[in-house]
Design a protein around this ligand. Structure first.
Ligand code: GDP
Ligand code: FO1
Ligand code: CA
Length: 323
């Protein structure tokens, strides 16, 4: 069996780690392959280095090297390089990069510079973090460089676009976003293996990732949304919104930009053209009533790995019932 999962950073990574635990430890299934299709809209070039936050969060989380409290970045991290960059006056200083994390970006940038594709680079990094041994393949949604930008007000009564990371990290998403634009998206093509996986897999899972700037970007790569619409596999999603609020991060601000209600129902509406099953939190039981959408309620908080595994197991059970 083959499972495809579309994933952003922290929510996606924790869900996939739970899914792997559910398959290997709980169900004692060593055969099923998990193909993770990751968001690259968050990617940014800083200090000449290509940084892929969502892919790295998945690598570090599955590989046991994540800063668990923070959700992103490396555990036991030091910041010597960052301090020296600050002494040099190098910009920007609002994006926190640790020394071990820097090594990932240095290696990635070198390999990209040598002509490797992001897919090839990601496979090499995945080897470092033991993903193949867990039966997990991590594919960037696209090898085409894309970057999510956010249109906000400027000081002269006009508007300007800033990189998504600047809006999210430096501005804390506190400045209203008029719209998101994704540089390169219209010309991008799905990375090798992405469409084939979506067309031939047995189950498609949507982890509780940000529906706008994580999963929404993946769906915007030409061909991916159509592949999901045409997929013979059941598509089952997990709501990132519980009781009308995100569990972490600023998905509420992102949904407001799209004029979409901040609710499990609002997010389901964004996936309406291909979604078959939807898991909502107990707090939202009964709140999503859509014809031909199978909705189940359970505790959706991923407090630890077994907790995330329980949610992944419920998603697999629902997919089995829908198949
Ligand atoms: P990011 O790229 O690091 O922002 O991570 P993702 O896009 O993969 O996931 C972010 C979303 O995960 C946020 O909208 C959160 O509401 C959601 N999320 C985080 N933890 C949990 C959890 O324990 N349960 C659920 N249901 N959603 C969660
Ligand atoms: N998130 C922050 O809130 N502040 C940071 O300084 C920061 C640095 C950072 C460095 C590497 C990395 O892989 C992720 C990092 N993140 C940081 C998280 C990340 O940029 C965002 O949470 C997501 O991209 C938003 O979806
Ligand atoms: Ca992200």
């Amino acid at each position: 069996m083959r499972i495809a999962a579309l994933a952003g950073g922290v929510g996606g990574a924790r869900f996939v780690r739970g899914l792997v635990h559910e398959l290997r430890e709980v169900r004692e299934d060593q055969e099923t392959e998990v193909v993770v299709i990751g968001n690259t809209g968050d990617d940014i070039t800083l200090f000449g280095l290509r940084i892929c936050p969502d892919l790295d969060t998945i690598l570090y989380t599955l590989g046991g090297g994540i800063n668990e409290a923070q959700g992103w970045g490396r555990d036991q991290e030091t910041h010597t390089v960052q301090r020296e960059l600050a002494e040099l006056g190098a910009q920007p200083q609002w994006f926190g990069l640790g020394d071990a994390d820097f090594a990932t970006h240095i290696a990635r940038s070198q390999w990209l510079g040598q002509g490797m594709s992001l897919t090839e680079v990601t496979a090499r990094l995945a080897g470092r973090w033991g993903l193949p041994g867990q039966g997990v393949r991590l594919l960037p949604a696209t090898d085409t460089p894309i970057e999510t930008h956010v249109v906000i007000d400027d000081d002269e009564g006009g508007q300007r676009a800033v990189h998504f990371q600047q809006w999210w990290v430096q501005l804390q998403a506190a400045v209203p976003a008029h719209r998101f634009t994704v540089a390169g998206l219209a010309q991008s093509t799905p990375a090798p293996g992405v469409l084939d996986t979506l067309r031939t897999c047995d189950v498609v899972l949507l982890p509780p990732s940000n529906p706008v700037v994580s999963i929404g970007i993946i769906l915007g790569v030409p061909g991916i949304r159509d592949a999901l619409r045409g997929s013979r596999a059941p598509v089952v999603g997990v709501s990132p919104i519980i009781g009308g609020a995100p569990v972490r991060g600023h998905a509420d601000a992102c949904l407001a930009t799209l004029d979409v209600e901040v609710s499990a129902a609002g997010v389901a509406g964004l996936y309406a053209d291909f979604l078959d099953g939807w898991l909502v939190d107990d707090a939202d039981a009964g709140s999503v009533r859509v014809p031909r959408l199978d909705v189940r309620a359970l505790d959706l908080r991923m407090r630890d790995v077994p907790g995330a595994a329980r949610i992944a197991g419920a998603a697999l059970d629902l997919a089995t019932d829908l198949a």
